[in-house]
Design a protein around this ligand. Structure first.
Ligand code: NAD
Length: 303
């Protein structure tokens, strides 16, 4: 099967490599020439343009930063042909970028109007998951299109969940990350409070990890060094999941919360907390580094 893979960045290149390793003919393209060169060096076929890659492919994957980039590539900009107009009728478009639910739905509509099939299939698992083919895919689109894409997604990931119709993969992603942001802040606040009250990190961990405070932000991404040796806190908060990416995803959550008219006070507070974190020192730090901001704001010297 010939597959076009567009967007060969941190996530896209290792994902494309895993498809090629499974025996598919993968034609890759990125607007950054160095990324196409890296793909060629990895043994993939590099195309001269996105439309060259998409013409003649049965499946077109996109892994870009933003919804605008996806919509522009689908439609074409400044009179140039877009991916949808060069692809053979009935081509399956699978967008793995993390973008707004509304943009994902717009992309589905464009693809459908052009006679194609389409899925939104954002991922979690980060670069390590992309390299090791252990990503989790959250997929929106029809049953038939999901089943057509499933073997390819399983080549790149460990968990593939069909969340419902158009845009619902992105919906699952923003909902999950909103939970994650709120819970990471809650865990960090609890550790700082415990410190002030004289409670050791290990004692709080031993209690909360076996009680109703248990959650991923505590038991995997523990924001203090020690209790979970593999958590980013043990390596000076190197990501992991960078504050900049959490802030981006919470921006998408804010968009969804506003357009759905939901009273999501905690989620929107977390959006503000991580926006500031990402604009400051947290952009390149793991998002569990928020604990240091909380300590600073709690006036460390006032103890
Ligand atoms: P990245 O910036 O490394 O890669 C995106 C690539 O898309 C870039 O190389 C860019 O040049 C290319 N691109 C943009 N427009 C293009 C076009 N029209 N044609 C061809 N190439 C184009 O970003 P990334 O870290 O790989 O993330 C990609 C997406 O995955 C984002 O939406 C991100 O939010 C999401 N995501 C990232 C991670 C992570 O840990 N990096 C984890 C989960 C989800």
């Amino acid at each position: 099967m010939r597959i076009a893979f567009l967007g060969l960045g941190h996530m896209g290149l290792p994902m494309a490599k895993n498809l090629a390793a499974a025996g598919h003919e993968v034609v890759g393209f990125d607007v950054m020439p160095a990324a196409v060169e890296a793909a060629r060096e990895a043994g993939l076929t590099g195309a001269d343009s996105g439309t060259d890659a998409a013409a003649g492919a049965s499946v077109v994957f996109t892994m870009f930063q933003t919804g605008q980039q996806v919509l522009d590539a689908y439609r074409g900009v400044d009179g140039a042909e877009g991916l949808l107009s060069v692809a053979a009728s009935g081509t399956l478009f699978v967008d793995c970028s993390t973008i707004a639910v509304d943009d994902a739905r717009a992309a589905h509509e464009l693809a459908e109007a052009a006679g194609h099939r389409s899925l939104d299939a954002p991922v979690s698992g980060g670069v390590v998951g992309a390299e090791n083919a252990t990503l989790a895919f959250m997929v929106g689109g029809s049953d038939e299109d999901f089943e057509a894409a499933r073997p390819l997604l399983e080549t790149m990931g460990r968990r593939v969940v069909h969340c419902g119709g158009a845009g619902l993969g992105q919906a699952a992603k923003v909902c999950n990350n909103m939970i994650l942001a709120v819970s990471q802040i809650a865990v960090a606040e609890a550790f700082v409070l415990g410190e002030r009250l004289g409670l050791s990190h290990q004692a709080l961990f031993d209690v909360a990890s076996n009680a109703s405070g248990q959650c991923w932000a505590l038991t995997t991404n523990c924001p203090v060094p020690g209790p979970v040796p593999t958590s980013p806190a043990n390596r000076d908060y190197q990501p992991g999941f960078a504050g900049a990416l959490m802030s981006k995803d919470l921006g998408l959550a804010e968009h969804a919360v506003t357009s759905a008219g939901v009273d999501a006070k905690m989620g929107m507070l977390a959006r503000e907390v991580y926006r500031e974190f990402a604009e400051g020192p947290g952009a390149g730090q793991d998002f569990s580094g928020i604990i240091n901001t909380i300590r600073t704001r709690s006036g460390e010297g006032s103890r």
